[in-house]
Structure formats: C-alpha cells, structure tokens
Design a binder for this molecule. Structure first.
Ligand code: ZN
Ligand code: ZN
Length: 442
C-alpha cells in the first residue's frame, strides 16, 4: 500500500466518528490502531481534517498518539486547510498541539501563521511564535514599534514577541509598553500592565534585569499503577499516555531516575487551623534545573484543609534541613475550624522522570485530563493565567518549582481534587527559604 492511503481501519474509524462522535467504541478503536500501527494515526488525523472541520476530543487524543516523524505531514495538511478556511477548527487545533509538542516543526510557517492567526481568540493563539526565527522577531519589533495601540497589528505583534520569549523580543515589549505608559492615554496604559505581560511570558524585571520565573528542565512525577485505585474511562486511562510512564510499552525507568516521597502528614501545625500540615513532596536531592539553590534537600508541605478554602495562598518557612513550618502571615488570633477537613495524600515513593522534548511544555486545557501534569520544574500549566506568588518576607515574585494535578490518591482510598479539579502550584523564594502554595481551577 502506498504511503498516506487510507486503510480500511482508518476509514472505519472516521465513519464510526461521524455516526457516534466521541463514543467509548471510537476511543477503543483509536487506541487499537495506535498500538498495532502508530503510523496510521497520521493517516487518520489527515482523513479526519479532510472530512470534518470541527475539532473533537478524539482528534486531540490522536495528536498525542502521533509518531513524531509524522507531525510534518499533519502540519502540512493543516496549513492547506487554514489557507482556504482559517476557521477550520481541527486544523487550528493541529497548530495548537504542534506548538506544544514540536514547536520547531512550525518554524518555517511562522510568518504565514502570523498572517492567518488561527486560534485568534484562544489564550494559546501566539504559541506558534515559540518557534520564531530572528527575522520574524525583528519584523514584529518593527510592527510593534510603529503600530497604534488600537491597530490589531499592535496586539498580534505584542503577543508574538511575548511568546517568542527571547531577550530582544522582551526588551522591545518593555520599551514599547513603557512608551505607551508615558505617552498614551490613561485607559490604554491600564490595559497593558508591563509586569503582568512579562509574568505571562514567565519573566520578571529585577533592577532592570530580566529574570525567568521558572526553570527549563521539567520532571514528571511518576506513580506506580497500584497507587491509583479509582476507575477511569478508557479515554482518560493513564496507560494510554506516555507522560504517566505506566504503560508496559515504556521501558522500565532506569536508576538515573530520582525518587521523591509523596503524601502523608508532617509534624508542624497549620497556622490557620492548628492541625498538622500535609506532605506534598520530599526531595532528598534537588534535581538539576529546579530553582532551589539554598538547600540540598526539601520537604514541600501545606494544609490541604485550609489551602484555597480558608486562605487563597499559604507559605512555609524552611529550616536548614529543608523542613517546612507554616508562615504566621495567615494566622488569626484563634485557630479556625476548616470547612472541608482533608485526609492526607496517600504515602507513596514516586519517580522523577525527565520530561522528554515532546512533553516539556504541557497545557491543562489541551491535555483534557489525558496527560500527567504532576511536574517538578519547567513551565507551569496555568488554568487561570500566570499568577506567581509574592514572598511574604521580601515581597518579590517567587519562582515556580512544582505543580500537582487533581485525582491524586488519598490515604482513605479516594482521589484528591483541587477545587473542582484544578492544579496546585508551588513557589520558592531562595533568598528567604520560603515556599508558597496556591491552586487554580475553572
Ligand atoms: Zn489548616
Ligand atoms: Zn523572599
């Protein structure tokens, strides 16, 4: 059979989708094709985009199953659809997923994507700019410099430069926004707060220097299959996604992988309710790339009953051994009875597995509960937009160090949710040895 032609299985799967949409049978068929002949996933994705212009969770799942070497032909097909129909959702989704999983493969389309603006109203509209060449960046710098603030080119080039995240790109943003604050109207200036724009790009300005607010070497926190007890439907099954490292097809994690202690209770009392706080993670060694330099080991812990319910953000001060003690900033005169007393997370030894290039940057919404978003280091997967905490000691913005997703195992056999199913983020101020915690959900 010649490459790219449709097999009967792929044809059947497209037909099944047209009749049943995202049914369990459709997902089962998709996973079966992926495990027998992963190259057919690209044939399916291309056939899907050819016949159906909407997006679908089935298509989103298929993008994660694509063999890396097939992404080029999928991007080519998506570009063809976008040129004739910029509102083609499936093709726009292909660009969004590619901008996370393989931004380099978009680099020769950056100029065209900037013109077409697929995903224009989505928060990830400019993520393809992470693959920008120097000449693209120079062009956007010129555009931003000359454009009036109410010209759409102003917003497009501003977003593009923020997502390109290089020093010249961010310097140009700073120069233009400072000029706007000087010369523009009050209302225009208020619409573009410089520190929030930089924060969204993962940077802060400290005495004129640009400082990154997160590391660039993420690790997945990999649990054992037996750590989870609750059933999940086939389309969320952890075995199906490589970031969980639970699939028998994944080679066993080798000895270079570090471990961390997860779950259980600690001794220190919560400053809000007085009950012992809960352990999130203990790292006996700080892995490379995680922004903790002032300690050689650390325990991250917080009161699960109080975080987000009694107090939006909580902090701990760490001793020289890295043990956490709740910061008194949240303390009232009397201990408060928590509205939702929480069980501890279930004790487990977990592995820290370096996140490969493809899963280096992950997004909460695009992951759609399929991927392992329990991560140490790297870029945070925000749900409500960037929100780095300020250290209660020195008031500086803290660095992001780790995040935990919902559906974590608890000591009573249930699964833990952050609010309605969000993510908890952990931050660190190295100078003050203070950790900070907050969660976001929809
Ligand atoms: Zn508490
Ligand atoms: Zn501080």
């Amino acid at each position: 059979m010649k490459d790219g032609s449709m097999t009967p299985y792929v044809d059947q799967l497209v037909e099944a989708f047209l009749q049943e949409r995202a049914s369990q049978a459709v997902f089962e068929q998709l996973f079966a094709i992926s495990s027998c002949d992963p190259k057919q996933i690209s044939v399916f994705v291309i056939a899907f985009m050819e016949r159906i212009s909407e997006g679908s969770t089935v298509l989103g799942t298929a993008f994660g199953l694509l063999a890396m070497e097939n992404w080029d032909e999928v991007i080519q097909a998506a570009m063809k659809h976008l040129r004739s129909n910029p509102a083609h959702e499936g093709a726009a989704d292909a660009i969004a997923y590619a901008s996370l999983q393989c931004p380099d493969k978009l680099s020769s389309y950056v100029e065209e994507l900037f013109r077409l603006q697929p995903n224009e109203n989505a928060y990830y509209s400019a993520w393809f700019c992470r693959a920008a060449h120097e000449k693209d960046i120079e062009q956007w710098i010129h555009t931003l410099h000359d454009a009036e603030v109410n010209d759409p080119a102003f917003g497009h080039s501003l977003n593009a430069l923020l997502e390109a995240r290089t020093e010249p790109a961010l310097r140009a943003v700073i120069e233009r926004i400072e000029r706007l604050h000087r010369d523009g109207s009050q209302a225009e200036a208020v619409r573009y707060p410089l520190d929030l724009l930089l924060e969204e790009a993962g940077y802060r300005l400290a005495e004129g220097e640009l400082e990154q607010l997160h590391g660039n070497m993420p690790y997945h926190l990999v649990f054992r299959p037996e750590d989870f007890t609750a059933e999940r439907p086939v389309w969320f099954a952890r075995e199906q996604h490589p970031t969980w490292g639970l699939s028998p097809a994944t080679p066993a994690a080798d000895d270079r992988n570090e471990t961390a202690m997860f779950g259980g209770r600690l001794a220190a009392p919560c400053s809000v309710c007085g009950q012992p706080i809960h352990r999130l993670l203990t790292l006996e060694r700080i892995p490379d790339g995680v922004l903790i330099a002032s300690l050689s080991r650390i325990t991250l812990g917080v009161c699960l009953s109080c975080l987000g319910w009694e107090e939006g953000e909580l902090f701990c001060v760490h001793d020289e051994q890295g043990e956490p003690y709740p910061h008194p900033s949240a303390a009232g005169t009397e201990p408060q009875e928590p509205q939702f007393p929480a069980e501890a997370l279930r004790d487990a030894m977990i592995k820290l597995v370096p996140a490969s290039g493809r899963w280096q940057t992950q997004d909460w919404a695009l992951s759609n509960s399929r991927e392992n978003l329990n991560r140490l280091g790297g870029m945070p997967s925000w749900i409500q937009g960037a929100d780095y905490l300020h250290c209660p000691h020195c008031s500086e913005k803290m660095a992001f160090i780790a995040q935990l997703d919902s559906d974590l195992p608890t000591s009573d056999g249930e699964e833990w949710m952050w609010g309605s199913g969000g993510i908890a983020y952990m931050f660190w101020c190295d100078g003050c040895r203070v950790s900070g915690y907050r969660w976001q959900c929809t």
